[in-house]
Design a protein around this ligand. Sequence first.
Ligand code: GLC
Length: 791
Amino acid sequence: MPANPYGHFDETAREYVITRPDTPTPWINYIGTGHYGGIISNTAGGYSFDRDPRNRRVTRYRYNAIPDDQPGRYVYLRDQETGEFWSPTWQPVKRDLDAYECRHGTAYTKISSELQGIGAELLYFVPPTPEDDLCPCELWVLRVRNVGDRPRHLRSFSYAEFSFLDAFIDQHNLDWGQHIVSSSFREGTISARTKFRPSVTFFSSNREPYGYNCDRELFVGRCRDLANPVVVEHGEPTNADSPRGNSIGSLCHDLTLEPGEECEIVFVLGVTDHPDAIPATVARYREPAQVESALARLVADWDEYLSQFTVSTPDPEMNAMLNVWNQVQCRTTLYWSRFVSAYETGLGRGMGTRDSGQDTLGTMHAAADHARRMLTKIWELQFADGHTWHQFYPLTGEGGPGLAEERPTWPQWFSDDHLWLVISVCAYLRETGDFSYLEQNVSYTDGGEGTIWDHMMRAIQFTLDNRGPNGLPRIGFSDWDDTHNIDHGSGKAESVFVGMQFCRALGDLEDLAAHLERSGDVERFRSLRTEMTETVNACAWDGDWYARSFDDEGKPIGISSEQVHRISLNPQTWSVIGEVAPADRAEKAMESVHAMLNSEFGIALLWPPYDGGDERVAGTTTFPPGAKENGGIFCHANTWAIVAAAMLGWGDRAFQYYRQILPLARSDADRFKVEPYVYCQNICGPTHPQFGLGRNAWLTGTASWTYVAGTQWILGIRPTYDGLRIAPVIPTSWSGFSARRVFRDVAYEITVTRAGKGNSVSLVIDGEPVEGDIVPLSSGKETVHVEVSLS
Ligand code: GLC
């Protein structure tokens, strides 16, 4: 792997190891399994919440502040002889440490360091418990070791800064929020509460503390900050409860360590509406065996998750991503959509319909039940006319139109949301064969209910009912590109991309109907698809590529005669994915992408970018050239280029597009800046002065779609109703690869060997040659061996 000055991937431990605290941006990880949890950086910055970072926030985080990446889950250590103190996680004291290492693992993070003969390690994780756990919590396991040769007397001070549960109130109604929360220490536990609700945030430990602090101002002191809190500097806790103000959880412990001696303190932080349950929870984690078994269960859960699909290709970075971090990121996006990260504040966005719909695609193989629950939750946001709310808050279920609210006179619906759900339901059915799902009744958000099948039919109908003058789908507030806001209500603005997406959805429904032997439906879907395909080809082909859309006056956008935005990426990739383009057009469109949009760090979303605001397109033109949707490298859209290239049989190019955005393949951490182990949402494009800079890591549809692109289209292993298709489109230089894929409870051990330069497949299944590229469903077997020859 290319050297990275800040860290490396540890394949055996499956951890990303960060070897310096001063990474170019905070490099973060997630703890929790989608209910209670939070984010944590490589220097312990970050915060926690229970199920919903807006409505049930546990601790605070000051976004975009200086000093950055604070507060977090901190423990200060103080040498009682010298009065020196430091943070073993580097922040917030930021003293030079003799040794430092952060290991981000699967939903746990371990930070260890050494200073002047004291070794310390902090392990953070959330014990896996059921979703309805009355008293969810996280553990911070502190181990301090005297690695020197003389006895040491230390004092530790923990620091968790509590938020008002409603994180929005916490920031904007300071008077109320700070008057109503009080905190106190009883029997080893600090709790923060209000008078008017049962909710309690609690902080405790497994050892009798020497003292405690509940009040931030008393702990830090006037005109100081978290780098030099007065209590830590003086070494004496205040032991004062806090009747109001800013509550914190700070327990102070005395540690006397002989040379070679180690001690462990387990801190417990959580929130509950059942305060009676706190003592039992705290008591549980006073038992070392309970802490160990909680960690073991967490690790086992991830082992199980990651073991469903493993690959061994000639490319080590691809292996690391597909076997570990891409899957970790996919599961995290399934949990948190675009709601909470180092960039998304957990306040405004909630979970996205289109986002969460697509997030299921990368998790279907390992978490099909969760994907099904997520899809059902989103279908409940569908209106009887077929469109859906654009976003929702997981705890309250409250839906909303998202960004569209800012422009109340423009359409308040999005043209793509409901179609992603159709595509994802079909993916779910191909993966599981669970056709009973189609019969499940789910309510509509504005009343009534229908089966999942009915919901899908209404989705199709909504698109049919909302077509513009060319017969393409109206774009509504936007399609997949949130910023392409061209529909100002005339009814003329249309999306070529959604026309193509509609064809994909219809194609998937046609396959489903064929499998279910519903010939009438097959005919209907086919004729609708033919009609839309003809419409797209009649109005949107510009000679060398497809137009992007038609504006509010019905004029085309994304065509060669324009000054700006002459070509757009998505209609080219989706002309292939939607199987809309005839072969010659498909190849031409994708060659145009390569010639006009590609760069060493990925493919730009459009070219040339807008240079200044233009109400015709609104949102996109608010960005400077080369940023985000305005000609930046939008990684999510790059994944579709990988799929499209593979669908055209272009193995080398598909892999080139895959590698270009592969974060572990970047060797220029100081330029890229974001985490090298997960995909970021966007990279500044060639026309931007910071070309190559990554932004908005973790919560992006790139996660699911690169996983799909890598596993299903480059490696070519994809579920069908009849079995597992194996149709690799790999680089010509590869001699082959192997993979293990669990599909419908059978493990398929697959070995692919290149016998020639093409993509033709010959299969030998358990020693028997089989026609075609599908390994038929096998029941009664645990393992099936598949030999694939590519020529
Ligand atoms: C962001 C949004 C996503 C949208 C994309 C392109 O990632 O979360 O919904 O599709 O931007 O605008």
